[in-house]
Ligand binder design. Sequence first.
Ligand SMILES: *Cc1c(COP(=O)(O)O)cnc(C)c1O
Length: 842
Amino acid sequence: MTDVVNNVPGEVVDQGGVQAAPRQHEHSRTGLSADALQRAISDHLRYSVGRPAAALRPEHYYRALALAVRDRMQDNRVASTQVSLDLDKKVTCYLSAEFLMGPQLGNNLLNLEIEAAARTALAALGQDLDEVLACEPEPGLGNGGLGRLAACYLDSLATLERPAIGYGIRYEFGIFKQEFADGWQIEHTDNWLANGNPWEIAKPDVNYLVNWGGHTEHYIDDAGHSRIRWVPKQVIKGVAYDTPIQGYGVKTCNVLTLWSARAVESFALDAFNTGDYYKAVEEEVTSETVTKVLYPNDEPEAGKRLRLLQQYFFVSCSLQHIVHIMDDLADASLHELPERFAIQLNDTHPSIGVAELMRILVDERRMDWDEAWAITVQTFGYTNHTLLPEALEKWPLGLFGESLPRHLEIIYEINSRFLDEVRAHFPGDVDRVRRMSIIGEGGGQTVRMAHLATVGSHAINGVAALHSDLLKASVLKDFYELWPERFSNKTNGVTPRRFLALSNPGLRELIDRTIGDGWLTHLDRLRGLEVYADDPSFRQQWRDVKRANKARLAEYVRSAVGVDLDPTWMFDIQVKRIHEYKRQHLSALHIIRQYHRIKQNPGLDIAPRAYVFGGKAAPGYFMAKRIIKLINAIGDTINHDPEVNRFMKVAFIPNFNVQNAHLIYPAANLSEQISTAGKEASGTGNMKFMLNGAVTIGTLDGANVEIREEAGAENFFLFGLTEAEVEQVKRSGYRPSDYIDGNGELQAVLGLIASGQFSHGDTEVFKPLVDNLRYDDPFLVCADYASYVECQDRVSAAWQDRDAWSRMSVLNTARSGKFSSDRAIAEYCDEIWNVGPTPVTR
Ligand SMILES: *Cc1c(COP(=O)(O)O)cnc(C)c1O
């Protein structure tokens, strides 16, 4: 190994610059050339990693390169802050309990446009960039779509040069790691910080105290006014960790601030003085528990108090930080908060912010209520992400009052004034008042967080056209009737930087060669590909790229689960959280049907397909975990049956995350988006597939509706009941047997599962699943079965015509421009946040 540490190459010897090449002058903290990067890596190996040359492994080069890249972003970060302060620019604050960022190094190299330089620099040090990139652990601080959306939006905000701060929680353990044992999901803790995190900068001096529990009391202030003060039971400290967020091809570098919980030293001292040393240590342990672990979705009620504390903790720290910045602005007073900051609530998780801002303004800043309320409503916006009743957050009143006694009083006051407004608008409509109350009745009183968020925001939006319409017609109907002007739609988007340029370099190159590279920031320009959809040589290149991506995924699947996939086959992929509403089991039924047809008729001519799955089930979600077991069991049977495995294979990729998503989306021919209509708010996986040239089989749900509109109905495989039909079927008393009894094939498929065909004769293991489908089927799997398999037959027929399929594939990519998160963020900025571009020039 070369002695890179002791013999630093390219050291700038000639400060006068007479003889040295100009780029030799680039600073090793900021220079973007391969040479400057090489010096930066060498410096960090010596001064930050601090290991002898002989002991350097790729992970150390990863750390050194990451630090070198962070230096370059940090420089932009300082300039970005300065410019937005100098110009009094309004800042967007995106509050989200989850940010599913994915690996940072590759994306930051891409956004700084120094990927080639980094590759050269590493090569000069005897290292391979891809090997170094593979050393980065996944920062899995989110469950799925909602957290990934927040990450895509940070990328677009920076790329569109909008000043922004992402605020969230620095979970010590992210989403669990998924493994399979005998086909069952096993969860492992995700210790993502084990080897440190080179991207974050700890800011121990940026810290705030957060109260919890206790009671409130009245007192008379200096001016003789009656006031209320909160006497907490516990105080926790929040410390900021900042991660720079670099825009693509611009100087703008924003920040993601994540809060980490600490014990408050003075409390510990107190206990120490009374001799209770261990009590003090215990205090520390409980305080730091607050940001210990991310809650998986769909978990039952248990452990709720800590979740409320997590939410309040990060929201309180964030709002205190914002108010602190306002105080530091010489020319601004808190009355101008809505002109300086837009605060977006990503779902109801941060909605306690409405009451917290009121507490800060009224109790701490002694502002009068009406003024404080006007400021609050003007500052907040609320994005709703779900219509599923079980996913709408409600806190039991008792728990809420014990935890946040002052906030409960404030919420009562907000509610009382709000309900007066409702009564004034709808005199005598007592039932409406009951429906709209922030305090829910029935099954014990609750605080309805969606109502709090709605009442406290000037703008409320859904995340796809259909979802926003349903929101106005169902969950928030009464609110829409009161304030129609507050409601709008902002269809989700995904960043084309990570989900095309970074993860599909082959396609990026082909597109660049064909229409130039402007599409990466103006995704509508992909339309320029339409005219090549009928060009035979272009189609061939298009197929070659897809083939290479499938080979890359096949290699990964082989090493992960030992299943051999043939890249000439159709890759039919469904990756997303495992949930009954997403209907992975509908897909499973179709696979069993195909298996059954081949077994019945071994001469059958079937276009071979690889069925690929990925996704985690919430650890406590019984049915979802059984669906995973079923798919693995089917795969085991099919993959080992020589009569069948010539036509089909099934692979469940363990631990679906952003890192392996990079390999998965670009390899798909067919994208499965088969949720029960009306249940998927938007979906973003559907957009990533489309962007990468997959054709969708899907229901009219979430953004599928708009994907089909954009792609053209002839380039989309539609099946299933519409949302209106789903509601109709349910209203008239849905009985799955009505669909099973008349369908011999479906009977046979369910019978095969029940008979133990895929479970070595065990008839118990899948009984709950089969019984659920036969007797309950809340997501209408049986009702949509016939339509789905008929549609799959059309897919198979279409696949036989390679050119026609390639045409559909090209047109899907060409027409995916709408689904850029740049478009979505531009809409939020123009229509909700009123935040314009602030170019940074240095
Ligand atoms: C995009 C994405 C999701 C969301 O997928 P949907 O199909 O929209 O549910 C979930 N997890 C990861 C890792 C993703 O990249």
